[in-house]
Design a protein around this ligand. Structure first.
Ligand code: PEP
Length: 251
């Protein structure tokens, strides 16, 4: 089963609308002619419509949001729905990023309801999972990942998960410059694919894309992408610079 790799850039709370448009256009020029890889950038929700208009509907660079609110609409001051994100020009949404779990109280239950909202709005969910440093040290990595998957995907049936993308992001490797070693990544990605096989079906396990995230840079992407169960990367810091991100998508 061939899985088209996805390289996704999470711009977090960086770049004004003007800066986001300039960076997206520069990236589109640099990435011209790159084949065999899906490319996604996730600017702030505010910049999404601006970047979508600047890139145009047929751009190789697809757009994602960094979060959604699970409700369809209503009196939820400050929030943005999946339908609004879709309407702004995004195809993807990152759900359950560790910064959202850490700073905004996201739980596996809220992740589950956001995945539901994303699927209802025809957005592709990129579900982030990963252990903290203390969980790894306590030998709880696989227990935590199993729980995040089991609770985050509770109640979904096989067909619903067809478009789901997983992003394994060890929390201790995000923004720290520490990358999980090839053996650690290989072990966890293999574990996750097997978990999907056991909980759902071999067919889904064979097609689901599992991204690695955590201090991915132009200098380590090749080694990561050579690993059997790594189907792409979720990139934070290095995605902010179009030249670096271009090197990463050309792994
Ligand atoms: C991220 O934010 O998902 C991430 C992996 O960040 P960084 O690449 O900066 O570690």
């Amino acid at each position: 089963m061939t899985r088209i790799p996805l390289i996704a850039g999470n711009w977090k709370m960086y770049k004004t609308g003007t800066q986001a448009v300039a960076a997206a256009k520069q990236l589109a020029d640099l990435a011209d002619g790159v084949n065999g890889v899906d490319i996604m950038i996730a600017p702030t929700a505010l910049s999404l419509p601006l970047v979508a208009a600047a890139l145009g509907k047929d751009s190789r660079i697809r757009l994602g949001a960094q979060n959604i609110y699970p409700g369809k609409e209503g009196a939820f001051t400050g929030e943005v729905s999946a339908e609004m994100i879709k309407d702004a020009g995004a195809d993807y949404v990152i759900i359950g990023h560790s910064e959202r779990r850490q700073f905004f109280g996201e739980t596996d239950e809220s992740v589950s309801s956001k995945i539901r909202a994303a699927l209802d709005a025809q957005l592709i969910p990129v579900m982030c999972i990963g252990e903290t440093e203390s969980q790894r040290e306590a030998d709880k990595t696989f227990f935590i990942l199993d729980k995040q998957i089991s609770d985050g995907l509770k109640g979904f049936d096989l067909e619903e998960l067809d478009s789901l993308i997983l992003a394994y992001e060890p929390v201790w490797a995000i923004g720290t410059g520490k990358t999980a070693g090839p053996d650690q990544v290989k072990e966890v990605h293999g574990f996750l694919r097997n978990l999907i096989k056991e909980k759902y079906a071999e067919a889904l396990a064979g097609k689901i894309r599992i991204l690695y995230g955590g201090s991915v840079k132009p200098g380590n992407i090749k080694e990561l992408m050579r690993l059997e169960d790594v189907d792409g990367a979720l990139v934070g810091g290095a995605s902010l610079n179009p030249e670096d991100f271009n090197k990463i998508i050309r792994f």
